[in-house]
Design a protein around this ligand. Structure first.
Ligand code: FMN
Length: 345
């Protein structure tokens, strides 16, 4: 087995990369506690991403994972964007703000981000993971030649096979329970919405690669269940949102600690891609609206709507990404969360 793989599966617990939530402090705390910490740099400018990697290295000598977004670059459609802005405009007015006149692509996909690719090759993190698809083959090959272990998210068997065929080292099987964005590649095809227990079984039967289970795993019982189904390790996201090392703000934390956490839903309205979070007014309004612009263009107005409504004390438009197990989230330091689980597996 690859020596990096041994390092990961010595302790089968990965803290999910979470843009907006995971931090160098969190990733380092998890890796220092014997799990595998992750950074999500998918929405960060290259210099900020490099700083995050350097800061994490300053806090741990153990391996950690760096995650990038490989979505198809957005297809801009000015009519769709104008109609969406017009649809959301009354909410801006309701809170006393002027709606934006236009939308921006707020961050680039790794598939076309040469600068981010070069930075990763120079920084050479031990592990890089891909969400929303795969980078071009020559980049995967270059990372492998640089000794970087690669992982990629799959939500169905077709994606598992594509990941294996591309020479990626590890599959992250993401069930429909998972918090945050669904990682499926082909948005034009129907999302099968496979639950984690079925997806793990299908994945381990269709690949020789190690399969990591992600979605709704909140405690040692969930970890044991995923391992019993054949997963080589688990990747937990929502379970870490309440940790003191998390970048989640006070309204996000309050929502997660409230009774609202029992109701999570998938929506494309906030960002332009399906993602699971705590149900709110944005999701309801979005479900009745016109077509949503492409990811991450729609996220531009989604984030602005949250900023302006929050400034007026309203938390009904936040992207409080969380999995179906959200109501099981506990507030504790990341190192304790990891150590408690690893002790009991
Ligand atoms: C707040 C949040 C942000 C996330 N951001 C990312 C990300 O940047 N990259 C990624 O690959 N997955 C991301 N995910 C998905 C996780 O990798 C993982 O699939 C998910 O957290 C597993 O489900 P759970 O949250 O129920 O544990 C995110 C999840 C959450 C909850």
């Amino acid at each position: 087995m690859h020596s990096c793989l041994k390092r990961i599966f010595a302790q089968p617990l990965i803290q999910a990369p979470m843009v907006g939530v995971s931090t160098p402090q969190m990733a380092a705390a998890v890796s220092n506690a014997g799990g595998l910490g992750s950074l999500g740099i998918g929405a960060s400018p290259v210099a900020a991403a490099q700083d995050m990697i350097e800061e994490t290295r300053g806090r741990t000598s153990a391996a950690f994972n760096v995650n990038v977004f490989c979505h198809p670059p957005p297809q801009r459609d000015s009519a769709v964007e104008a109609e969406w802005l017009e649809y959301l405009a009354p909410i801006f007015h309701e809170f006393g703000f002027t709606p934006p006149a236009a939308l921006k692509e707020i961050y680039k996909s790794f598939v076309e981000d040469e600068e981010a690719f070069r930075m990763l090759l120079i920084m050479r993190p031990k592990i890089v993971s891909f969400h929303f698809g795969l980078p071009p083959q020559d980049r995967i090959n270059a990372m492998r030649d640089a000794g970087i272990l690669t992982m990629a998210t799959a939500t169905n068997v077709d994606e598992v096979r594509l990941i294996e065929a591309a020479g990626i080292d590890v599959v992250v099987a993401q069930g429909v329970e998972a918090g945050g964005h669904r990682g499926q590649f082909a948005l034009s095809e129907r999302d099968l919405g496979l639950s984690l227990s079925v997806l793990i079984r299908l994945a381990v039967r269709s690949t020789r690669l190690p399969v990591i289970a992600a979605g709704g795993i909140m405690d040692v019982q969930g970890v044991r269940a995923a391992l019993a189904l054949g997963a080589a390790a688990v990747q937990m996201g929502t379970a870490f949102v309440l940790c003191p090392e998390s970048a989640a703000d006070s309204t996000y934390r309050a929502a997660l600690k409230s009774e609202r956490a029992i109701d999570t839903r998938l929506t494309s309205a906030i960002s332009g891609r399906p993602a699971r979070g705590i149900a709110n007014r944005f999701m309801e309004i979005g479900a009745m609206g016109p077509p949503v612009p492409s990811y991450p263009v729609a996220y531009d107005v989604g984030k602005r709507l949250h900023t302006v409504t929050r400034a007026k004390g309203c938390d009904a438009f936040g992207a409080y990404w969380a999995g179906q197990g959200a109501a099981l989230a506990r507030e504790m330091p990341a190192a304790k969360l990891v150590a408690d689980i690893l002790r009991q597996i």
